[in-house]
Design a protein around this ligand. Structure first.
Ligand code: MN
Length: 246
């Protein structure tokens, strides 16, 4: 009998709330669709749960998917906000940092995408460039407008570290990716290794060497999974690593 791994996706706060006196949460359905297509059961995780319940929840999940979204509050890595910092979601930061640390500590597989790679890095004690154009002026363009180019747009080349888990999964040492981000990994977090870079040196992928599966990518495989084989391979490898035994 096939056992479908249960993959949690933390939600985001919907501000302003459409209903006075009630907080609403939202989720981008491309993530759940990509996980379902790869053979997992995706479940949305609400915000504002107490830490002990987040820990208990994570222990009953087979994997954690950290999705794209707002900027991580720079207070989480000890910096004051840069003027070019975007929207933040402190409730989501709180939920995701608790879950990411628990998953790193317990060996639960993690796939972290866009904001997710940034969140994973911060959860492990790393830092971010708050705005690539302002802080890395020599970098090429990374903040393409989705409405103008679409998910399948190949914005830049990404080079992968030889021998990395990510290169093995993708079956290549380079690929072209989309790019819809204005922040990126600066100082890698404890135990996390940069394994993918754009040609301008911007970090596009990290992984934990001593973990069952903890991989972050700065591009958006969930936006391109319906047609892009690299995106399909990444989700397939994550779901396979999350599959419960027996
Ligand atoms: Mn990029």
């Amino acid at each position: 009998m096939t056992r479908y791994p249960l993959i949690g996706i933390p939600s985001a706060a919907l501000e302003p709330s459409p209903v006075p006196g009630a907080r609403y949460y939202r989720m981008n359905g491309n993530y759940s669709a990509a996980l379902a297509a790869a053979g997992a059961i995706p479940v949305a995780i609400p915000l504002e749960l107490p830490v002990h319940l987040l820990h208990a929840l994570l222990d009953r999940l087979d994997g954690l998917c950290l999705a794209g979204g707002d900027d991580v509050d720079p207070a989480r890595y000890g910096e004051a906000p840069h003027p070019a910092l975007g929207q933040v979601d402190p409730l989501r930061d709180e939920t995701e940092i608790v879950l990411a640390r628990r998953a790193l500590a317990t060996g639960r597989p993690i796939l972290a995408i866009c904001r997710g790679i940034q969140l994973l890095n911060v959860a492990a004690g790393g830092s971010l460039y708050q705005d690539i154009p302002a802080q890395l002026p020599a970098a090429s363009r990374h903040a393409f407008k989705l409405a103008e180019v679409g998910w399948a747009y190949q914005a830049h080349r990404v080079r992968l570290a030889a021998g990395s888990r990510l290169a093995a999964i993708l079956g290549s040492d380079e690929l072209w990716t989309n790019s819809f981000h204005h922040q990126s990994v600066k100082q890698p977090g404890d135990g996390l290794l940069p394994v993918a870079w754009a040609e301008d040196g911007v970090i596009e992928g990290i992984e934990a060497a001593d973990h069952r599966f903890a991989i972050g990518v700065q591009w958006h495989p969930e936006g391109a999974f319906r047609s892009d084989p690299f995106s399909q391979r990444l989700f397939a490898a994550f779901v396979e690593a999350s599959r419960p035994e027996g």
